[in-house]
Design a protein around this ligand. Structure first.
Ligand code: SF4
Ligand code: SF4
Length: 282
């Protein structure tokens, strides 16, 4: 906390990960506790790869909405490369909480062969630890999938954030209930608790190594399963356009559908690029 009592939390990720909702919920928690809150954000990056960030500052009196480099108490990163990009904002003695699940931007996949290397940064974990002592990492998406909805990854991460904030559990659960759609309150609260409770065990896990990730893609030679969640698809056509093998097309209802699964090379672009997390390739 700064001398004037202002607390800085920087939340970063890429489009579609729910960064803004997470920061909104944090803002509600702070306001309900009587703090003044100021936020500054970039949003609307619906396409994967677009950087999204939200500065949240709270305290008795907050004079500016933006966090200066080297002054953030906590960096909550929804994606490892984004953690690296924003790590210079963390103050000495600050904390980085990072989701280990990568979102590799299309520009880093210039060679789309199945075993081709990407230009995604290597050695992120070591680089973060070199800058900040307290780096806590875990696979938030895996916890969200266990709950039954991988879109809840942002609430899982919010649960992890809650472990380094001063607020009570009920503050968070109330803010979640006030901020999400009524039919998703229970699931979001469950995801939040998973992040909050699983953090210590999960954060002992290290980031998956490049070697593991590559060997998985090289050795999985069965026919790929491409699943499109029809009710989540908004018909933006991004997956159809990015697929190098023309495996997908838009149907008469303007929803994406699989037409040539056997040609799939598991480049994963459709899954990574879908702004609504509607595509899963296995
Ligand atoms: S599946 Fe995703 S990327 Fe494809 S059309 Fe639907 S919303 Fe767009
Ligand atoms: S269906 Fe998806 S994973 Fe398969 S080739 Fe097309 S974009 Fe790549």
């Amino acid at each position: 906390m700064e001398p004037n009592g202002t607390q800085n939390v920087l939340i970063v990720g890429v489009g579609g990960q729910g960064v803004i909702l997470a920061s909104d919920i944090l803002g509600v928690v702070c306001m309900n506790r009587g703090y003044q809150v100021k936020k500054s954000e970039v949003h609307g990056m619906a396409k994967r790869g677009g950087v999204v960030y939200s500065h949240v500052r709270y305290g008795a009196q907050v004079l500016s909405p933006t966090i200066e480099p080297g002054t953030s108490d906590v960096l909550l990163a929804f994606e490892p490369a984004e953690a690296l990009r924003w790590s210079k904002y963390v103050k000495p003695g600050g904390t980085i909480i990072v989701n280990s699940r990568k979102r590799i931007p299309p520009a880093a996949c210039q060679d789309r062969r199945m075993d081709a290397p990407t230009r995604y940064p290597q050695g992120i974990e070591q680089a973060l630890r070199g800058q900040v002592g307290d780096v806590r990492q875990f696979d938030a998406e895996e916890l969200a999938v266990e709950i039954g909805d991988h879109r809840m990854c942002n609430t899982v991460l919010l649960g992890a954030l809650s472990s380094v904030c001063e607020f009570e559990l009920q503050d968070w659960l109330g803010a979640i209930a006030a901020s999400v759609k009524p039919k998703t309150v229970e699931r979001n609260q469950k995801a939040f608790l998973a992040g909050r409770n699983a953090q210590f065990a999960a954060m002992r896990d290290s980031l998956p190594s490049e070697k593991c990730e590559m060997s998985r893609s090289v050795t999985c030679l069965d026919a790929p399963e491409i699943a499109i969640h029809d009710s989540w698809c908004k018909g933006c056509e991004i997956c159809v356009v990015v697929c190098p093998q023309a495996c997908l097309k838009m149907n008469e209802r303007n929803r994406a559908e699989v037409v040539k699964a056997e040609a799939c090379i598991r480049c994963m672009l459709c899954e990574w690029m879908c702004p609504d997390l509607a595509v899963r390739v296995q």
